[in-house]
Each structure stands twice: as C-alpha cells, then as structure tokens.
Design a protein around this ligand. Structure first.
Ligand code: VGL
Ligand code: ZN
Length: 212
C-alpha cells in the first residue's frame, strides 16, 4: 500500500461538490453528500486547495431540455463528438450551482468555473469536451509550481475522471482519493473511467493512503 507524504508541491483539487450533484439536487449522484465530511477533514492536510464549480448558462447544450428529441442520460452528436444529455443542472447563480452548504470553501485559493459556454460541455477542469479548449487551470497550477494533484469530489466517472486524465496529459502526477468521490455510474461508466485512469498512470488511492 502506497503512502503519500503531502508537501508544498501538492494541490488538492476538489471537483464539483455542488447542491445539484447531491441528494435532492437536479443531477444527484448517489450518496454524493457523503464526500463533504471526508473532504473537509482532508483540507487541513493540504497547503493548497482549488475548488471547481460546474457553471452552466440556461439552455446549455448538455441539457436534454435543449434538444427536441432529447432524453436525460441519452446522447447527441455534438460538433466535438458524442455528448451525454443531462437534466438541467448547475445553472449559473442558482441554489443548485452553489457549493454544498457544509463544504468548507474558506481555504480555497482558487475557485475555477467551467461549462460556461452554451455550446460546449466541460467535464474536465482542464479542457472543455472538445478536448482542445483550455480552462487555464494547467497554466495556473504549473505557474504556481505544483507537480502533484490529489483529486476528490463528484463525479468519479465524469468530472473527476476526466480531470484526472487531463492532469496526466498536462504532466502532473495525479492521485484520486476514491473514498472522497462518488460516481454517477451510467452504463458501466465507473468501471470504464477507473480503467482509463489506471492506464494513464493515475493512482487510485484512498484517504488512508495519506501519511499521517
Ligand atoms: C458532471 C455531468 C454533467 C460532473 C457535470 O460534475 O461529474 N457530470 N456535468
Ligand atoms: Zn454539467
């Protein structure tokens, strides 16, 4: 079992811990709110914390309601490839887009918003779903000298997973703390995401793997 010693070149990236991804929300991840106390307890162990926030305009292209024939959890062909359709969620300025009220946002040094272009979704905190439009996060993290990222949040198989893969692509060491994440698990998407992360050199770990 690997033990990770947290240091100054590590950043804790907390993905999309927002009301709409928690029970009662528009795109509730099963047991999603269970990550909140786990993440809050981890925060004091990191010197540097970044939060992400899914932040869509109304009538976003990823919403099933934006497509005449669209069903939530169906797909459409977008110019950039297949796009899963979701219930309307994380609309800018709504309660659903706000962080879970118990999440400790105070220690965050950066809050990065994504998915704000109407025509393109952004699961990853690094690139929008065309895989080429950057959010700026890689440059920010590099400029600050971080070399390793610890990821937690929602959802393991979408925004956490895609962020982990892009983190590797951008040259960071990436550790996903799986017990601080929960998955949507749409048609085997969790198993697929875990395999892709492993293949890309992402460490799938647990909070117990962090050195005391
Ligand atoms: C997410 C689906 C749509 C996520 C965001 O945070 O994992 N999933 N938008
Ligand atoms: Zn979204």
């Amino acid at each position: 079992m690997s033990t990770f010693q947290i240091g100054r070149q590590d950043a804790f990236l907390v993905v999309d811990v927002q009301n709409d991804f928690c029970p009662g929300g528009a795109l509730a991840v099963p047991d999603g709110d269970a990550v909140v106390p786990v993440i809050n307890a981890l925060m004091p162990r990191f010197d540097h914390i970044v939060l992400t926030q899914d932040w869509h305009p109304s009538a976003h292209h990823s919403f099933a309601t934006s497509h005449a024939e669209g069903e939530p959890f169906g797909t459409v062909q977008a110019p950039y490839g297949e796009q899963v359709l979701w219930p309307d969620h994380c609309v800018q300025g709504t309660k659903g887009a706000a962080f879970h009220p118990d999440l400790d946002t105070v220690p965050a040094e950066l809050i990065l918003r994504k998915g704000f272009r109407r025509g393109i979704d952004s699961y990853s905190a690094f690139y929008e779903n065309d895989r080429t439009t950057p959010t700026g996060l890689a440059g920010y993290l590099r400029e600050r000298g971080f070399t390793r990222l610890f990821l937690a949040g929602l959802a393991t198989d979408f925004c956490v997973g895609w962020s982990a893969l892009d983190g590797r692509r951008e040259g960071f060491q990436v550790v996903v703390l799986e017990d601080a994440c929960r998955a949507i698990d749409l048609e085997g998407s969790l198993q697929k995401a875990r395999a892709a992360m492993r293949a890309a050199g992402v460490a799938l770990a647990a909070t117990g793997d962090l050195a005391a």
